[in-house]
Design a protein. Structure first.
Length: 355
């Protein structure tokens, strides 16, 4: 576990800086030599390593918009797709995810749930508790990210109307309400539903709407299907935190269910993702090359299901830098492989569409 967050002179060669950035992105921790520069610092502060969750949502929406049947009269830039709208929307959800991570850290620190012995400060340096940034700097970064998203929302709303405002504000509200008082959805077992809605219908639906100016039930089916993957990651994280959350009376879904049932539900969601992809292909919500994601079954699913059926290690395995998280990284690796294969399959579908 890496907790070193002290700064070092920024006279390292570019190759070493790139290595530090890669390490920070892959582990959400600074490298052994500490924070080598501002890029490394903010990769850690924003937990940029989890951005693939959102990038996949954006790319899935973009690729589905490209192969969709365009309604007459929709805003068109090329082949009936508003490419500028799509790109801006993808950038917008990535910035929103960064803002969400920082808002969660700020809120959990303010209410006292993030402490030196809570997992958030154990699996990676906490932005405020370790002095990576000050509270003022974190608030400034949060405001800057939300201002950028506000500008993007206004541009997209001028192009496509009020539904864009709904997608943007609903996403912001759920992001804030996830951990911040007075709502604190995760405290009442609703955080997992929050993630399913946000990474599915809101993100994928919002980006898709920014490209075509319309959304239908098939798109929402595809969105919920993918969103099962980010939700399994959160389930894993909340299973990891059960011993810490019970004393705080934070009743996440795994706390309510108990570890055994929560692990079984997570396994069911992992399997349901693949069932959902097949269903999406059958009803035309996804092109048939999306079935490429099924290759993740032998590559990752079987191993992940088997791991969730085993007890958690009693101590951190060698070179495990995100301990005490155990189930969350397993679900995240599966999400990254299955999601990447889904995006690749959709890209193949786009190529076939235009041949």
């Amino acid at each position: 576990m890496t907790t070193e967050a002290t700064s070092t002179p920024s006279d390292l060669p570019l190759s070493e800086r790139l290595g530090a950035w890669r390490y920070a992105f892959n582990t959400t921790n600074p490298p052994q030599q500490g924070v080598v520069d501002g890029v490394t610092r903010w990769l850690v502060v924003t937990r940029a390593g989890v951005l693939p969750l959102t990038l996949f949502s954006g790319l899935i929406a973009l690729l589905l918009a490209v192969v969709a049947k365009r309604p007459t009269g929709s805003y068109a830039a090329l082949h009936g797709v508003d490419w500028l709208g799509l790109v801006l929307a993808v950038v917008g959800i990535l910035i929103a995810h960064v803002a969400n991570n920082m808002m969660n850290d700020l809120a959990d620190t303010e209410i006292g749930s993030d402490t030196a012995d809570y997992p958030r400060a154990l699996y990676a340096p906490h932005p405020i508790l370790t002095g990576l940034v000050t509270r003022k700097q974190l608030i400034t970064a949060i405001l800057a990210a939300n201002v950028i998203d506000l500008v993007i929302m206004i541009v997209l709303a001028l192009r496509h109307g009020w539904p864009i405002v709904f997608y943007a504000l609903a996403g912001l509200l759920l992001s804030y309400a996830y951990t911040a008082p007075p709502v604190r959805l995760k405290k009442y077992g609703l955080g997992e539903l929050d993630v399913l809605i946000t990474w599915g219908p809101l993100m994928i639906g919002g980006v898709y709407y920014a490209g075509l100016g319309t959304v239908d039930w098939r798109l929402n089916l595809a969105a919920v299907t993918y969103a099962l993957l980010p939700t399994t990651v959160l389930m894993g994280k909340h299973i990891d935190k059960i011993p810490y959350d019970i004393p705080l009376r934070t009743h996440t879904l795994p706390v309510i269910l108990g570890e055994g049932r929560a692990k079984a539900v997570t396994q069911a969601m992992l399997v349901l993702y693949y069932v959902g992809v097949v269903a999406c292909v059958v009803v035309g919500a996804m092109p048939w090359p999306a079935l490429l994601t099924l290759a993740a079954i032998p590559l990752s699913l079987w191993g992940t299901l088997k791991a969730f059926a085993q007890p958690r290690p009693t101590e951190a395995p060698p070179d495990d830098v995100v301990w005490p998280l155990w189930w969350a990284p397993l679900a995240f690796v599966h999400m990254r492989r299955a999601g990447a294969l889904l995006v690749l399959g959709l890209l193949v579908g786009v190529v076939i569409h235009f041949l």
